[in-house]
Write a protein that binds this ligand. Structure first.
Ligand code: XMP
Length: 325
């Protein structure tokens, strides 16, 4: 009978057969898929797996810390933490076009990853957290030559340039199966049920030019929003984080006037975005309770100096997209 423990045993045998004595490298993003792939492969081959975690400076608050705690400290996985934020920021200077920003972030990511991979000459395999829907999607894209509305960032091109064989142990699984597998492998519930986060990260949530200061403000505003979503429950005791499919803050580089104490402020605006969707192709804006929105707004304005106005995005997809860029 099909059970998760049986599945894990079989997957481990398969990975060991495939890889033999060779070493594996994996790009850890903090997302569900690469995390579950890392946990599974580590279970199979232990120290022969090395993960590379590239911090492009556009991650959520404490993301690097969280990944290192979970994988390096708790699971004993070998993880190389690369702080490449300086390089990414330099390359993004003066760039305002969303697609251009995506291209730069994608290209730099590959660059940094390759640089790290070359330091591991014994690695013969590149592991990726490709899941079944990704396989379908890219097959469709090839035949239809579908014009992409947004060039979705992935690490395509890496195996070719690095001469690595591909290891994709999640290729046959749907998202909910990947989550079950993650739980069975001992990953925390909050990580396994995390909202999706785009590859270019905050790079597409800071409108126009990306600056480190903007990213720092946005990270803190976003963390407050997420915390309030996690802590606020509906009548059935479900958190609004779990009731929404994706939620985040967006940084608007426009200043508006406010008052604080006796003084006038002239600061930036943050937009909150929360959607409910099953396929991310269409989405409804989430009907969040006013008290949750109010608390989040108060906290952001009080705690994040530099933000004096918070607005809520009530646009559906279509015609709006989920991300603002
Ligand atoms: P949109 O904004 O197109 O987003 O409605 C649909 C889903 O795709 C994610 N998204 C991306 N993911 N690289 C990614 O890896 C990207 O460039 C990118 N752009 C959008 C978005 O977060 C949402 O889940």
């Amino acid at each position: 009978a099909w059970t998760m423990p049986n599945y894990i045993d079989e997957a481990i045998i398969k990975i060991r057969e495939q890889v033999g004595d060779e070493e594996v490298i994996l790009g850890l993003s903090g997302g569900v898929d690469s995390s579950v792939a890392a946990a599974l492969i580590h279970r199979a081959i232990g120290d022969k797996l090395t993960c590379v975690f590239v911090d492009h400076g556009l991650l959520r608050l404490n993301e690097g810390q969280m990944v290192m705690d979970m994988f390096a400290r708790n699971l004993g996985v070998k993880v190389i933490h690369v702080d490449a934020s300086e390089t990414f920021m330099q390359h993004l200077e003066g760039v305002t076009d969303p697609e251009q920003k995506r291209k730069i972030i994608g290209r730099e990511f590959v660059e940094v990853f390759q640089h790290e991979a070359k330091k591991l000459p014994n690695a013969k395999w590149l592991a990726q957290g490709t899941i079944y829907p990704d396989v379908i999607e890219s097959a469709g894209a090839k035949t239809k030559k579908a014009h992409t509305i947004k060039s979705h960032h992935n690490v395509g091109g890496l195996p070719e340039t690095l001469n690595l064989k591909l290891l994709e142990p999640l290729r046959e699984l749907f998202k909910d199966e990947v989550r079950q597998l993650g739980i069975a492998l001992g990953l925390p519930h909050d990580m396994v049920y995390r909202h999706p986060f785009p590859g270019p990260g905050l790079g597409v949530r800071i409108l126009g030019e990306v600056k480190r200061d903007y990213a720092d403000l946005l990270r803190r505003a976003d963390a407050i929003f997420i915390e309030e979503l996690r802590n606020t429950k509906n009548a059935d005791g479900k958190s609004w984080y779990d009731l929404t499919s994706q939620a985040f803050a967006v940084f608007l580089p426009v200043k508006s006037v406010g008052v604080m104490g006796d003084g006038r402020t002239y600061d930036y605006v943050v937009a909150l975005r929360a959607v409910v969707t099953t396929d991310f192709m269409t989405a409804h804006w989430a009907e969040l309770p006013y008290d949750l929105l109010g608390r989040t707004s108060n906290r952001i304005i009080n705690e994040v100096r530099g933000i004096n106005r918070v607005v809520y995005d009530v646009s559906g997809k279509p015609p709006a997209t989920i991300e603002w860029e």
